[in-house]
Design a protein around this ligand. Structure first.
Ligand code: NAD
Length: 354
């Protein structure tokens, strides 16, 4: 490892690893030391593209003292299995979203981080999107006044093939389905922007993937603790797929974003900097609408750089597991509500499973 860059290790070289690989490769603060995956072909391909060494096993990767941060990129129900040993081995850890499939396993990861005084971040990188940071800043400055409405519309398309690429992609308990897998980022954004949720009322259907026993379409009402209301409409059935849309309305302002683009930015107290915000995202846009490859690595680079800075400054990472736990709770409540056909109140018991 060079003097100036922090060493990273990758566990899992599947679809999402390309974003982590490119993010680390392009970061001024991070260096890829090694990666591991039982799938030799994927591991080979990853190393060839992004550098680093092949670690013979997960244990070998943990034993490598050059590695300070481990990114866990395994399927959704296999995060804690790797994050907890990594934290116990003294590594800081970035876990892909959702944190896990159970709140109790998320709690175990949080406890392992605390007991070992290590940082634990969740890869909810959309929070770093410039348009989202602008909305978050305006909320913190009180520019929206009383928050009234926070909505997310994710009308995406994934062909049937997508659900058969890997075994876990068609099994709900392993983290497949539009709610926990795709809409999770936008459910998380509403939590991030609007605050905690107290009641969820959701319905789920399968509109056009009859060969998988999963929901491909979600509609959910959210009732936030602060009195605001929200709506999530998410689907992977709607060809060809559009960038996701986030809308926030308060008594004194309205913001609407589509992907990175700011479509509306209107406040009663217009400020000179507002003109700049209205130009955000007018360049290239890649927000995942038409396929997993329809994304850029830059938001993951924020995540990687933020972890390096959090370690150097001994502060929390921007997206803590503790905070992301509530986004998981909201998503799990959506399944419980849709199964029961009635609203579900939060908090949920930690051992609830779907
Ligand atoms: N943040 C995002 O925008 C984003 C995008 C896509 C996926 N994800 C998340 O990333 C995670 C992985 O998703 P994916 O689409 O890359 O899945 P994937 O199935 O393509 O990749 C997972 C990889 O983990 C590997 N693996 C399995 N067991 C392992 C072990 N014991 N040791 C090391 N590696 C092992 C598999 O061989 C596979 O290559 C999921 O949690 C998913 O939700 C996040």
């Amino acid at each position: 490892m060079s003097d100036t860059k922090m060493g990273f290790g990758i566990v899992g070289c599947g679809l999402v690893s390309q974003f982590h690989g490119a993010a680390i490769m392009n970061s001024q603060k991070a260096e890829l030391i090694a990666a591991t995956d039982p799938n030799a072909e994927r591991l080979e391909e990853f190393i060839a593209k992004y550098g680093g060494e092949k670690a013979e096993s997960f244990e070998a990767l943990l034993a490598d003292e050059r590695i300070e941060v481990v990114n866990i990129l395994t399927p959704n129900a296999m995060h804690a299995d790797f994050a907890i040993p990594a934290l116990r081995a003294g590594k800081h850890v970035i876990v892909e979203k959702p944190p896990e499939m159970k709140l109790s396993k998320t709690d175990d990861m949080i406890a392992a981080a605390e007991e070992n005084n290590r940082k634990l971040a969740i890869s909810l990188q959309v929070r770093f999107r410039e348009s989202i940071r602008a909305i978050k800043g305006a909320i913190e400055q009180g520019r929206f006044g009383k928050l009234l409405e926070g909505d997310a519309y994710m009308k995406w398309f994934r062909p049937s093939d997508y659900y058969h690429m890997d075994d876990w992609r068609s099994k709900r308990e392993q983290g497949a389905g539009v709610t926990i897998q795709h809409a999770f980022h936008y459910i998380d954004l509403l939590h991030h922007l609007m605050g905690p949720v107290k009641v969820v009322d959701a319905r789920m259907t399968n509109l056009m993937h009859p060969d998988v026993a999963l929901e491909d379409t979600l509609k959910a009402f959210l009732y936030f603790e602060n009195g605001a209301e929200g709506l999530v409409e998410a689907s992977t059935a709607l060809w060809p797929g559009r960038p996701p849309r986030i809308e926030v309305n308060g008594a004194d302002g309205t913001a609407v974003t589509e992907g990175e683009i700011v479509l509306a930015w209107d406040f009663r107290d217009e400020r000179p900097e507002d003109e700049h915000v209205r130009q955000i995202g007018r360049g290239s846009v890649a927000a995942g609408g038409t396929g997993a490859a329809d994304l850029s690595y830059e938001e993951h680079m924020w995540l990687v750089d933020d972890m390096v800075d959090a370690i150097a400054e001994d502060r929390d990472p921007y997206i803590t597991a503790k905070n992301a736990r509530h986004s998981l709770e909201i998503a799990l409540a959506m399944y419980l509500s849709a199964d029961a056909g009635e609203p579900v109140e939060l908090p949920l018991p930690a051992d609830v499973s779907i």
